[in-house]
Design a protein around this ligand. Structure first.
Ligand SMILES: Cc1ncc(COP(=O)(O)O)c(C=O)c1O
Length: 402
């Protein structure tokens, strides 16, 4: 039976209890927020069941009783390259590809192999916080080129970037599409970025983990396809983990078209045996990319409905909160600055008064203060309950203040 919210028989409305599974989103609430009775809308995974074609492929393998050493399956690379061709029109030579044990780890590995302690690394906040912490914890100097929030959404500040690049930077880490704002960068923006970085010998590390979930007809441009300059001066990281809700399986990969950069990076990965997919990663990746086309479409339809619902609800009932219109993925960036609350009071409103666990905007760096990141990768009934709780808490707050 076709479910009312999708064109396919996938049920994104089903509520699945994740508590007690060691899920970070539910089971780390006490340590991160000080209480457990919160609706968890933070960590960037979804509350939907991993699609059946992936669980079935994994179950089939689990039926065999030996989980010994494995080699990369012959279908692993073609599954990835064909998916990238079909979805993003990107021709990737299988030679350019390697498995990596996670994108955050991949960024750390690239920074360690291709830059030196004290080197400058540029990031564009507000941005996914490991872009700051990974280089910093590896003794690199993180330089900010903050994004500009305009009436048309977030934009890169190129004059400022040019100035920053002249100070000398070994790498720039790009979130493409952007987390937390959900911005899908245009080909022109990426090509300009590529030219500036190449001119100053700054490598671009493009994190494209959210690329397969563009919303409302927006189209993702892989950084390496923006121009030949971009292709020859970049490392791209991607994964099926966000789209198919399998981040716990660790199924990321890297793509490096330039031979010199690739040899430096991959030689080191190989030397440390970090380049071979674990047994389950290869199975899940292959199943996702060979059987996931319709599921991805149904997921996007559902996420678009959740995004529309959230935007409408907030616009109608919470006019002091502004939704940055999401162009990709399941994370919505909420501008709460018109609530005129201190950081402490904003967190108090969401956590203690509304009973919600969202990501605090300040953790995304400069430009994040006064914002909250809402995860809409959840059944719409949960989202509705969360927004109702927020409305009630906000009303209580205003009554209390007047
Ligand atoms: C932009 C971005 N990069 C990377 C990750 C994590 O990737 P991995 O689990 O492969 O380290 C996330 C997860 O939230 C993300 O949003």
């Amino acid at each position: 039976m076709t479910h009312p919210h999708t064109t396919e028989p996938y049920n994104f409305d089903k509520i699945i209890n994740r508590r007690g599974t060691h899920a970070l989103k539910t089971d780390a609430l006490l340590t991160r927020f000080g209480k457990t009775n919160l609706i968890p809308l933070w960590v960037a995974d979804m509350d939907f069941a991993t699609p059946p074609f992936i669980t079935e492929a994994l179950k089939k393998r689990i039926n065999h009783p030996i989980f010994g050493y494995t080699q990369e399956s012959p279908g692993y690379r073609p599954a990835i390259t064909q998916w990238l061709k079909r979805l993003h029109n990107w021709n990737v030579d299988p030679e350019w590809l390697t498995y990596i044990p996670g994108i955050v780890k991949g960024i750390g590995l690239a920074i360690n192999t291709l830059t030196n302690p004290k080197d400058n690394i540029i990031i564009q906040p507000p941005v996914y916080y490991p872009f700051q912490t990974v280089p910093q914890n590896n003794q690199r100097t993180v330089i900010h080129n903050p994004l500009k929030l305009t009436p048309d959404g977030y934009q890169m500040d190129f004059p400022q970037l040019e100035h920053t690049l002249t100070q000398g930077a070994k790498a720039l880490i790009l979130s493409n599409p952007h987390n937390p704002s959900g911005t899908v960068w245009t080909r022109d923006t990426l090509a300009t970025l590529a030219d500036l970085c190449a001119k100053h010998h700054t490598l671009v590390i493009s994190d494209e983990i959210h690329a397969d979930m563009t919303l409302f007809q927006h189209r993702h441009t892989p950084f390496a396809t923006a121009s030949n300059t971009a292709a020859q001066n970049s490392i791209t990281f991607a994964a099926p983990s966000k789209t198919f809700n399998i981040p716990g399986i660790i199924s990321s990969f890297a793509i490096v078209p330039n031979e010199t950069i690739r040899t430096r990076f991959y030689t080191w990965l190989k030397a440390n045996e970090l380049n071979t997919p674990n047994l389950f990663a290869a199975i899940a990746t292959e199943a996702a990319y060979t059987k996931g086309w319709k599921w991805r479409k149904a997921l996007i339809e559902y996420l678009e409905k959740n995004a529309q619902f959230t935007t409408q609800y907030i616009t109608e009932h919470l006019p002091n909160i502004h939704v940055i219109p999401p162009q990709a993925s399941f994370l919505i960036w909420l501008d709460c600055r018109d609530l005129h609350l201190s950081h402490h009071d904003l967190i108090d409103l969401f956590v203690n008064r509304a009973g919600l666990a969202l990501n605090d905007g300040e953790t995304f760096g400069p430009g994040g203060s006064g914002f909250m990141r809402l995860n809409i990768g959840t059944p719409q009934s949960i989202l509705k309950k969360a927004l109702q709780q927020l409305l009630k808490a906000n009303k209580g707050l205003r009554t209390h203040h007047t």
